[in-house]
Design a binder for this molecule. Sequence first.
Ligand code: GTP
Ligand code: MG
Length: 436
Amino acid sequence: MPDFHITTEAEKEQAILVAAEVSGSRPLMSMQDSLTELALLADTAGIQVVGQVTQNVKNINPSTYVGSGKLEEVSEKLLETGAKVVIFDDELSPRHQREIEKRVGLEIKVIDRSALILDIFAQHAQTREGALQVELAQYQYRKPRLTRQWTHLARQGGGKGSSSGVGLRGPGETQLEVDQREIDRKIDKLKRDLEAVRAHRSRQRTQRARSGNPIVALVGYTNAGKSTLINSLTNAATYVADQLFATLDPTTRKLDLPSGRQAVITDTVGFIQKLPTALIAAFRATLEEILEADILLHVVDLSHPNVIQHIEAVEDTLAELDISPHVPRVLVWNKSDLWQGDELPFVPDQRYYLEAVVISAHQKRGMDNLLEAIERALSQTQRTVTLFVPHARGEVISSIYKNATVIDRRDDAEGVRLTLKASTALSDYYEEFRVG
Ligand SMILES: Nc1nc2c(ncn2[C@@H]2O[C@H](COP(=O)(O)OP(=O)(O)OP(=O)(O)O)[C@@H](O)[C@H]2O)c(=O)[nH]1
Ligand SMILES: [Mg+2]
């Protein structure tokens, strides 16, 4: 018999959100905007938010995060609403975690933004590499925080279906009650498994790169519409949802450009402010797709009130990944159908953003403009190279004409000397014929 289980509102875990704003600090987003985003993250994880508590403080309390009086207010609210989960809008230190757990009581789960994001990732991972990466990030995050919560509640965890509630989902939970040494062994094993999976994937990628097509990578804040765009531009069937972190695993497709040339376009995981560092580290390999790109398409939700902050958070994350600001970018103002304004909120620095285009990926508006912008941006990333191809290799000569712009041609008895403009990937592909 099929195992149907529909979660009703009544069964959903209920949570109180907590945030603090440090006076004089200049966070990327206001406390309230960040809380709104946290509520969306909670919703994506299947949690119902039933209240919030905020505080303006001079300093974050080293033991209880908010003041201890505030924490009592949190306890009261938990009692009042019957909620059993409290989610802090920032990464809690292991000490915070212990102290807060002590004060709110044994039956309350204490989670922070990072644990919530890791939980969503665990639910959304589709491939083995994705699942291994999330698991690794979860162990690294939990290792210093082995407290009551993980040791008592984690016993029946594991697997997507058998959820034991927020913060505890994901594979391998059954090992969590054991000691730190066991966790270290787990981490080592996961790293080895990941290496094996990646060795295979990087071979695939090399093959793809060898086709010589330029690589266009989609980047952007979560929910900006990256997957919708790759679906509209190609016939990819990437999962699209009004959810945070709908995509975790990379998708790559051929992209036909107006000139008849081809590029390769990839869609990967989206970014968010305060992305856990353990997660960035664990996803580095997946994000290599971005590292190898000739240009980045930075997709932005133009209709979002925090659009500027989103752009900044994405640029910050790219910097954290050591992606040079000199990898040329195209700014893609998406969801223009939902936008009421008449002046774009931001003028990108033209040294880095070669182009800016307004589109609606959902309604497929502006696609031709975008494709032309991509082609122009790619042509600027191209360099001039000279090749000598023997007559015997006629197939190489025709592939050059198909993929690159030939500026000059000289024929002699042995072969053809061609000067062309080509992307880095393409000129690497023809390396054996390079002269001069
Ligand atoms: N109105 C409107 N909605 C859009 C547009 N583009 C995307 N959406 C919607 O925005 C939501 C998120 O789209 P996705 O394509 O999944 O976004 P993403 O950037 O891939 O998000 P993650 O994978 O979660 O990082 C979906 O509900 C889409 O239908 C658009 O141009 N207009
Ligand atoms: Mg997506």
